[in-house]
Design a protein around this ligand. Structure first.
Ligand code: HEC
Length: 187
């Protein structure tokens, strides 16, 4: 009888341990999918056609500039469910020249046709490219300027992006307050 009890306890303990390890282990290597717009070496290419394929999630208005931000529909849906950007999320901030003036509504600012640059972030939950200076803090970071819109020109996350994104560290380095549709979606 004692022997059976002991064996049972061992089995239950083993199962519990396996369940705990399974739940606690970070993202598993075998779950990794190739990231969109990312080469095997971690080079990020311009997400062409993003204005048609992705969803506009919000904008920022600066003196003389408008920033318009996009992500994939499935990343928006996942964020609304979990409150986190899933692996493979692409965020694009398109910077356009802006204008301002008096309209029939009052003093307003608006985006002009002129595209200045696009900032891109790609979510990586698996630290796929350790040592690559453009992959850190859970994201790949990239910049494309209007004079050569297909050419990625950022060289280092720490030099080119990090300091400015520190204030948003608590929200995965994204200024989520500017994107109400992450939270509110009525009707
Ligand atoms: C001068 C400070 C500054 C620098 C440098 C900077 N960012 Fe940002 N970034 C911001 C701020 C502030 C916002 C949100 C408000 C805005 O656009 O004005 C933002 C927004 C973004 C967004 C939209 C999603 C979000 O986080 O809210 C992306 C994408 C982005 N930045 C990528 C980058 C990348 C990639 C780099 C480096 C190549 C970079 N940024 C460098 C300050 C900066």
């Amino acid at each position: 009888m004692n022997k059976i009890n002991h064996s049972l306890r061992v089995i239950v303990f083993t199962l519990l341990t396996l369940a705990t390890v399974g739940a606690v282990l970070p993202a598993r290597a075998q779950d990794q999918k190739p990231l969109p717009y990312v080469s095997a070496k971690g080079e990020i290419s311009m997400p062409t056609g993003f204005r048609e394929k992705m969803i506009y999630i919000g904008s920022w208005s600066l003196q003389g500039q408008m920033h318009e931000v996009y992500t994939q529909p499935e990343s928006l849906a996942a964020y609304r469910k979990t409150g986190a950007f899933p692996d493979g999320t692409v965020l694009i901030k398109e910077v356009r020249a802006g204008d301002s003036g008096l309209k029939t509504t009052g003093q307003v600012r608006w985006a002009k046709d002129e595209d200045l640059q696009c900032f891109v972030m790609v979510k990586d939950n698996y630290n796929r490219f350790p040592g690559n200076p453009l992959w850190q803090d859970g994201w790949g970071w990239a910049l494309f300027k209007a004079d050569a819109p297909m050419k990625q020109v950022a060289t280092s996350y720490t030099a080119d992006c990090q300091a400015c994104h520190v204030p948003a560290a608590a929200t995965d380095h994204v200024f989520t307050e500017g994107y109400p549709i992450l939270r509110i979606h009525k009707p």
